[in-house]
Write a protein that binds this ligand. Structure first.
Ligand SMILES: [Zn+2]
Length: 448
């Protein structure tokens, strides 16, 4: 049966798979060969409130647990929710448990115990112990309206307001601990921003990747009334998944909570301890999201694939390589529009704010060279449609043209041209695929 949530999820995945841009959503990456590696993210902290039933501050108790296990985490922190009053507390166990109009962390009326601004020492400690920080929004206000389940929730009124909210936390963290954040996760994963924008547009303004997750570590749901059972409920799904397939979490991102659940209780640190023991028993290394990405960048292109070094080199040089869902789709035919976006030289800013309106990049990059060549040959009409497939001879000749105009020495020029011809010869009889385009662009722009 398909509920509205399932349909929405499918629709969202479809949209991401159509969207090409510099902001990648990282839910999981291709398994790291020969190892078992996983990342864990902790949302909504820091939290100086007690790790009930114990008295110690919750974030410290998570840090202690991670240290004992030799694990590193990614803390998806907020700035402060204390400015979001007047507000009323909703019912425990429901979506408004920590405030009707706005979220209050760590809980309603206790905002001073949470947030980076109120607990800077906890943030410094997180960084000092080798963990990563991610931007979960200064105020944890939703980026835009959401009918279900947050119809009564306030939200940020515009694209500029979202960027300002993110920048406030980015600036604070930079001045507090000299760390420039590179990841963001929208509060409640609400992507929509008024005015036709979305979270990807905002993250582009900050230079972030979108931090997703692929496995729910629990600890956020309402309590069952039995604390031990709440902890069990966090551990069992992990145990079951790994006993079915010990490799199933290799490359995954586990969602976790640095705060209370919807009943203001704290099973998270207790569940975490058990989960880390299970992961260790299966030989998993727990690393930060950035460390994981150094081992495996893409969702559908494993590090031991022959194409991987070329794709990674382009990515590192600032080129767009994937769709928004972080998939390369190497065997898919490439369209003119995609080639256009993927060949924009690194460092060229996109004037348009919206991912769907990146056509302004068409006066740059390989596309320009191709269309000029075609115009000269009187074949320009073939490139009038952005969704059209790319012709192999055209892309190859355009690459050779670009190489001739690069400021590189003659020897390097000849080497790159030979590489382009070799790559072109290696391609099959099909139309130009995205994988082939990556080979050609890497050979042209980077000589690899
Ligand atoms: Zn959150």
């Amino acid at each position: 049966m398909q509920g509205p949530r399932e349909i929405y999820r499918k629709l969202k995945n479809y949209r991401l798979s159509q969207k090409i841009g510099p902001v990648r959503r990282i839910d999981r990456v291709a398994p790291v060969p020969g190892r078992r590696v996983v990342a864990i993210t902790f949302d909504d902290g820091p939290c100086a409130g007690p790790a009930r039933p114990g008295p110690e501050p919750l974030t410290l108790s998570i840090l202690e647990t991670l240290k004992e296990a030799g694990a590193k985490g990614t803390f998806d922190i907020i700035g402060s929710t204390k400015f979001k009053y007047p507000d009323t507390k909703g019912k425990n166990g429901g979506p408004y448990w920590n405030g009707v109009r706005y979220d209050h962390y760590p809980e309603f009326g206790q905002d001073h115990l949470g947030g980076a601004v109120n607990q800077p020492d906890l943030v410094k400690r997180i960084v000092a112990e080798g963990h990563q920080l991610s931007n979960h929004g200064f105020s944890h206000a939703a980026f835009g309206p959401n009918k279900y389940p947050y119809a009564f929730r306030g939200f940020l009124p515009s694209f500029d307001a979202v960027v300002e909210d993110l920048r406030a936390l980015d600036d604070f963290v930079l001045s507090l601990c000299g760390v420039k954040m590179e990841l963001g996760r929208p509060p409640h994963y609400i992507d929509r921003i008024l005015g036709g924008y979305d979270a990807y547009d905002a993250y582009r303004a900050l230079g972030y990747m979108y931090l997703g997750a692929s496995f729910d570590g629990g600890g956020w749901q309402a309590s069952t009334g039995d604390f031990q059972r709440d902890v069990e409920n966090m551990v069992r799904p992990l145990e079951e998944a790994l006993s079915n397939d010990p490799d199933c979490l290799n490359g995954s991102i586990i969602f976790h909570k640095d705060g209370y659940n919807m009943s203001s209780e704290a099973p998270a640190p207790f569940g975490l301890k058990r989960q880390l023991a299970v992961l260790k028993a299966y030989g998993y290394e727990v690393v930060t999201v950035s460390e994981l990405l150094k081992m495996s960048q893409f969702t559908d292109l494993p590090p031991d694939d022959p194409l991987y070094p070329a794709a990674e080199a382009l990515l590192r040089a600032g080129y767009i390589v994937t769709y928004a869902d972080n998939r390369v789709r190497p065997s898919k035919p490439i369209t003119v529009r995609e080639l256009n976006l993927m060949s924009v030289p690194a460092g060229v800013p996109y004037a348009a704010q919206r991912n769907s309106k990146l056509e302004d990049a068409s006066d740059r990059g390989l596309f320009q060279v191709i269309s000029q060549r075609m115009a000269a040959k009187g074949r320009a009409g073939r490139f009038s449609g952005e969704s059209k497939r790319v012709d192999r001879k055209d892309i190859m000749e355009a690459c050779l043209d670009v190489i001739s105009n690069l400021s590189i020495n003659e020897e390097e020029c000849a080497r790159r041209k030979a590489l382009v011809l070799k790559r072109s010869r290696e391609a099959g009889d099909t139309g130009v695929t995205r994988g082939e385009a990556i080979w050609l662009l890497a050979a042209t722009f980077l000589g690899v």
